[in-house]
Design a protein around this ligand. Structure first.
Ligand code: ADP
Ligand code: MG
Length: 396
């Protein structure tokens, strides 16, 4: 793992030097450049992506940093400072979906997706390291994909836009790695602007940068990584997806995004299945919360966002039922200690929660959450500030 600066997603000179040096040791010559891409956290809009709805992620100061060099002999060499097992060597013309279960599938999948899209990528040497915690719901995988995509775009002058790079990265994860994720993570990593959240429409893929300059308002957004991952996650995701599709079918719309919030009660009255009704209520109300939060942030009323986060958590806990004891405890203890609002973020069943708090109260709220975890016999959570940081960029 590496360190990043506290205020933005630019890796420190030390990290850049370290990846450059290790690259040269591994491959015998220096890289052609060094690139960085951040992890992300979602402020609001959960499970809405596959319902064609809205999400609102921000980029973290934590980044994947990759040193990369061109090569034109069809060879792809991949190495991570954070994984044992040495250099993975592949041939670009032999890359095949689902062929590799290891970490290298993420960067290799990007090379595959670029070539599938008709771009000329005749090989590469890559060495990376990342400060994005893995498996905490903070999208360490998207950071890996996007940093690879940006580096190759630069090195081979492919001329792809940021949203196009995000779609290539998503294709790598969906089809090569085999994870059915939406477009949010890669878009956040590729397109984020410092001091902003992205208002992303998962149907049109249109992006609006909404001001979210927490420091200017004396506020902090804490990420609380519970460090737990409960087993039922995968099946539960598929069940939520199927339930939402069923709800859309009964309501006669292509996606739940098409149910206006003003018509929610009437729509709920037409749903007989209690589970489907709960899912629909979550999706339609969370889409509405994204829109309300976008409006509040645009008006500069950042503190008013807090209660909507807590409301969103209740919806995820009671209607979608994807929370867990640890996540509920973060929200409960943070709000009790004076936080403006809090909610689980990401898929749930573990992973991370976010807490909006006056900066002056951040330490006290952190201590209260830690104390609540200790009192329940839970392992200590990892807490850090989510400074809204810049998206992928070249660093050297
Ligand atoms: P998340 O994206 O929520 O962190 P995922 O399961 O989607 O979790 O992605 C985590 C995987 O990404 C890891 O299991 C590993 O294969 C890969 N990965 C993330 N960071 C690194 C890294 N620094 N080096 C090598 N592989 C990494
Ligand atoms: Mg991931």
């Amino acid at each position: 793992a590496t360190t990043t600066t506290a205020t933005g997603a630019t890796p420190t000179a030390t990290v850049t030097e370290a990846v450059t040096e290790t690259f040269a040791e591994l491959y015998g010559a220096g890289p052609d450049g060094v690139w960085a891409a951040p992890g992300r956290v979602n402020l609001i809009g959960e499970y809405t992506d596959f319902n064609d709805g809205f999400v609102m992620p921000l980029a973290l100061p934590h980044t994947a940093v990759a040193a990369v060099a061109r090569r034109d002999d069809g060879v792809l060499r991949l190495h991570s400072a954070d994984v044992d097992g040495g250099v993975v060597q592949l041939r670009v013309d032999e890359l095949a979906p689902l062929s590799d279960g290891g970490w290298a599938a993420y960067p290799a999948g990007v090379v595959w997706a670029l070539r599938e899209a008709g771009h000329r990528v005749p090989g590469a040497d890559l060495h990376l390291t990342s400060s994005v915690p893995t498996g905490a719901g903070l999208s360490s995988s998207a950071a890996l994909e996007v940093v690879t995509a940006l580096a190759l775009d630069d090195l081979y002058a492919l001329g792809l836009s940021r949203p196009e790079l995000a779609r290539i990265a998503q294709r790598a994860e969906n089809d090569f790695v085999g994870v059915p994720c939406g477009i949010m993570d890669q878009t956040a990593s590729a397109c984020a602007v410092e001091g902003h959240v992205l208002h992303l429409d998962c149907r049109s893929l249109s992006i609006r940068q909404v001001p979210f300059d927490l420091a200017a308002h004396g506020l902090s957004l804490l990420v609380v990584d519970t460090r737990v991952k409960h087993a039922l996650g995968d099946g539960a995701y598929a069940a939520r997806r199927a339930g939402c599709e069923e709800g859309a079918r009964v309501l006669g719309v292509s996606h739940l995004r098409d149910v206006p919030y003003a018509d929610l009660d009437e729509a709920l009255g037409r749903l007989e299945d209690e589970t489907v009704r709960r899912y629909v209520r979550h999706i339609v109300s969370d889409d509405h919360r994204v829109v309300r939060i976008a409006r509040l942030l645009t008006e500069g009323d950042v503190r008013a966002v807090g209660p909507l986060l807590t409301e969103g958590h209740a919806s995820l806990r009671e209607d979608l039922r994807v929370s867990c004891d640890e996540l509920d405890l973060v929200v409960e203890s943070a709000v009790a200690a004076g936080a403006l609002g809090a909610r689980m973020t990401g898929g749930g069943f573990g992973g991370s929660a976010i807490v909006l708090v006056e900066s002056s109260a951040a330490d006290e709220v952190t201590r209260s959450v830690e104390a609540a975890f200790a009192a329940r016999g839970f392992a200590p959570p990892r807490v850090f500030p989510a400074v809204p940081s810049r998206g992928a960029h070249r660093v050297a």
